[in-house]
Ligand binder design. Structure first.
Ligand SMILES: [Mg+2]
Length: 453
């Protein structure tokens, strides 16, 4: 082949799963979710190279906008030298985040930042496949200096400097091999949200909660926030079903103002919630801090909708949370999540990633495993969320055993959806959607009115 290998393929797909048909994924703010992936496939002009796969997770119509945002980044990849792009992922990350025209849409937040995550994660998938390693292992074999070079420390240095980060990472180097072996043997702790969707009946909640414990989960999570009496009843039923020793987290999905959050959490407190997640607006750093002070010792968790590393810095500085919840595809991909893991480590706050959705479990397990092997070196009070749907569509789906995620061994970031699943769920032309009425929001109210296509 003449000249360097170059990127020649930047294929976007609008992929949607009709999860609203069974209320899977229903919560206080999302009564009718159709879990969706704004999906990206990267390829090069070398036919021997694997593909890089990445995506942003959205819900239904959000995918219209998200796919367009990913397409806007194609010019940053197509035609570029593959080795140059993958060889300095720190510089590559900054080249996306610093696009002066697209940056105006954020900066570093929302749809455009999620689009950057899809591209960055696809590049990491490709880099790990070409290295022949699962992503967690690739990251865990990088030197502290290489890892620090991935991070954009802009706006962080009042809380975390490159020197701080190096110190944290160097301290973990001696135990890496032992922890890698332990991870491969034992896996990484998980918890399950499967029993707790808001649309489920009491009977289904109790049955699924019991099943979760029988499967070995030591923590479950319930969605709350629609009706306080319902929530107290469901919490009581769940507690009776799982016993006193299994942790029950609750998730309000941003439902409350600060005052009502405090009252609602106090009503649930007698049933011993392990943490309360997203009690209020994800942007309200000081509101979270006020709630946390008022309901202590109940723990506050948040972060799945935090825009970027700067918001995480503030949440940590303000004492707003007890649990940091990273999301693999909301902030700008692997690089920014390494920054957030470093911040959490500096502040000594455990990270319990958000997952579920489409493929978020597949991705984020790698980040927690990297954290265990090469950064904090512990799994104490750390769990990765697990939801048991849509995994069958992935080439390398998550594997669980006795309530633990087993470490992926296939090269890559576990991001790849099977080609037949992609084509079947492409919206609106895929077979899964053919002939299905398109739900359009009614101006008269929140309920969808159906129109035939
Ligand atoms: Mg949540």
């Amino acid at each position: 082949m003449a000249g360097p290998e170059r990127f020649t393929r930047f294929e976007t797909l609008d992929v949607r799963f009709p999860t609203s048909r069974h209320l899977d994924g229903s919560d206080a703010m999302n009564p009718d979710p159709d879990y969706s992936a704004a999906y990206l496939v990267l390829g090069t002009d070398d036919p021997r190279s694997p593909e890089g796969h990445g995506f942003a997770f959205t819900i239904g119509r959000g995918n219209d906008v998200q796919v367009a945002a990913i397409k806007a980044l194609a010019g940053h990849v197509l035609g570029r030298d593959v080795e140059e792009v993958l060889g300095d992922m720190g510089a590559t990350w900054r080249s996306f985040a610093d696009d002066s025209q697209l940056r105006w849409l954020g900066p570093e937040k929302g749809v455009m930042h999620m689009a950057v995550s899809a591209v960055v994660n696809a590049l990491w998938d490709l880099k790990a496949k070409r290295a022949g390693l699962p992503l967690w292992d690739l990251l865990s074999r990088m030197s502290p200096e290489e890892l620090v070079a991935l991070v954009d420390f802009r706006y962080l240095t009042d809380a975390l400097t490159p020197e701080d980060a190096l110190e944290l990472l160097r301290a973990a180097v001696p135990g890496r091999a032992r922890r890698r072996a332990e991870l491969l043997r034992e896996g990484y702790p998980a918890y399950t949200t499967t029993p707790g969707w808001l649309g489920y009946s009491d009977e289904k909640l109790v049955r699924l909660a019991r099943e979760a414990v029988a499967q070995g989960f030591r923590q479950i999570k319930l969605k709350v926030g629609a009706d306080v009496d319902d929530d107290v009843r469901r919490m009581r039923l769940a507690r009776a079903a799982v016993g006193p020793d299994v942790r029950i987290a609750v998730d309000a999905n941003q439902r409350w103002d600060v005052g009502p959050a405090v009252e609602w959490i106090r009503a649930l407190a007698p049933h011993d919630p392990w943490w309360v997640e997203e009690p209020t607006s994800p942007d309200d750093v000081l509101g979270h801090a006020a709630i946390r002070r008022a309901v202590a010792p109940v723990k506050i968790a948040t972060g799945e909708h935090a825009h970027n590393r700067v918001v995480f810095k503030q949440l940590l500085q303000a004492g707003s949370l007890d649990v940091v919840q990273i999301d693999a595809a909301r902030v700008a991909g692997v690089n920014e999540n390494v920054a957030i893991l470093l911040l959490a480590a500096k502040f000594g706050v455990p990270v319990c990633p958000h997952a579920g959705g489409v493929g978020l479990c597949e991705l984020v397990q790698h980040l927690s495993m990297f954290d265990f092997v090469a950064l904090t070196g512990t799994t104490e009070d750390r769990v990765v969320e697990h939801v048991d749907h849509l995994h069958e569509h992935f080439v390398d789906p998550v594997r669980l055993s006795r309530g633990n995620y087993l470490a992926p061994t296939a090269p890559g970031y576990s991001a790849e959806i099977r080609r037949e699943s992609l084509l079947r769920h492409v919206f609106p032309g895929g077979a899964e959607w053919a002939g299905v009425p398109v739900a359009v929001p009614s101006p008269a109210g929140p309920h969808a009115e159906e129109v035939a296509r």
